[in-house]
Design a protein around this ligand. Structure first.
Ligand code: FAD
Length: 322
């Protein structure tokens, strides 16, 4: 019997987020013969994004395009998504494990009386159905979970699954009507978006991160320069944020963002357990710290014992030449 797999795609700054392609790939991983994939795009002014998404291997794109949906609100987005889900009766629904996905997936699970597995970093197939791997205890352990019933609701952590590739085909685009919900609350429509630079932290391939060791707001400048040369995002420890050296939107860790870049360069960060919770799954960790005993060196693949204000400009200079 043909089953429907749904991917809820997401935009950032008017562009499709990388994690949406990873969620699409997650759907392809669990897809069996005859299963169809629907990608859902919710927002305002989505013509070119829908066209773009249509070339990545979904069988159809469902677009809910309305001025009310220009920015995320759980009530309006649920009102846009749920009628589609009721109509297609999905076998599985995939979201990015982003601020939006972490909010909308449980709303969806509650409304559909379905189970959810969050923050998935790997998927493999078994005779008993797909098995989802997710970190526990701030990345110290992993558990494997599978659903015993459906629909399956899954959020995938950015930067862990490979993204879907262009398929050479173009899916049909279906425009779905939107009926605003009779809301229980009034939303004052002003969204203040705190951007953390050109590259989104959770999707960045390289992150240069600063801790209390940068000593001031100006101390972040050498890190910004290194990041610019590497095409990296700039992150921070809570120590740096608490000291007012940078905004909390950059905080990485247990109470900040969880990141898994290819390369994480920790500058003047001691390596407290709460910081490691947000970055220890990075593929390569480089630590720059003047204290050779700093705990960050225990998780680092490469360690440089030295003053970050000397080391970081040297690295920037060398990468500029490369
Ligand atoms: P410090 O621990 O002060 O380390 C600064 C480091 O800089 C030192 O190792 C020092 O040797 C080095 N240094 C100084 N000068 C230089 C220099 N010139 N060159 C090179 N190195 C230098 N923290 C997070 O990061 N993220 C979280 O999400 C988070 N959540 C928390 C949640 C809870 C409930 C609690 C209790 C704490 C949380 N913390 C979090 C805080 C955490 O415990 C640490 O206090 C914090 O990570 C320390 O930040 P830091 O490494 O920048 O500062």
């Amino acid at each position: 019997m043909s089953r429907m797999l749904v991917v809820v795609a997401e935009l950032r700054g008017g562009k499709l987020r990388q994690v949406s392609y990873e969620a699409l790939q997650a759907a392809k991983t669990v897809q069996e013969d005859g299963d169809r994939i629907t990608a859902v795009l919710i927002g305002s002014g989505l013509e070119s994004e829908a066209q773009e998404l249509a070339s990545y291997g979904a069988d159809e794109i469902q677009v809910v395009d309305h001025a009310d949906l220009a920015s995320y609100n759980p009530e309006t987005y649920a009102a846009a998504l749920l009628p589609i889900l009721k109509a297609v009766q999905p076998h599985a629904i995939f979201f990015g494990h982003t601020a939006l996905g972490r909010d909308l997936a449980p709303v969806t699970a509650a409304r559909l009386q379905a189970g959810q597995i969050s923050d998935v970093v790997a998927i493999h197939r078994s005779d008993a159905g797909p098995v989802f791997n997710r970190p526990l205890y701030a990345g110290k352990a992993f558990e494997e979970k599978r659903f015993t019933g459906g629909p399956m609701i899954v959020t995938v952590r950015p930067n862990n699954l490979p993204p879907a590739e262009p398929s050479g085909t173009t899916a049909g685009i279906i425009r779905t009507a939107y009926s605003p919900p009779s809301s229980l609350r009034t939303v004052i429509r002003e969204v203040v978006r705190q951007m953390t630079g050109q590259v989104d932290l959770t999707e960045a391939k390289i992150i240069v991160s600063g801790g209390r060791g940068v000593k001031s707001r100006e101390g972040f400048q050498p890190l910004e320069q290194l990041a610019a040369v590497l095409g990296a995002a700039v992150g921070a420890s809570r120590g740096a944020c608490d000291a007012g050296y940078c905004e909390y939107a950059r905080q990485i860790g247990q109470t900040g963002k969880v990141v898994t870049p290819e390369i994480y360069i920790a500058c003047g960060i001691s390596g407290a357990i709460q910081h490691l919770a947000g970055m220890s799954q990075s593929r390569i960790i480089v630590a720059i710290n003047k204290d050779a005993e700093a705990p960050i060196f225990q998780v680092a693949d490469y360690g440089i014992v030295g003053d970050l204000f000397e080391v970081v400009p040297l690295l920037t200079e060398e990468f500029r030449k490369a």
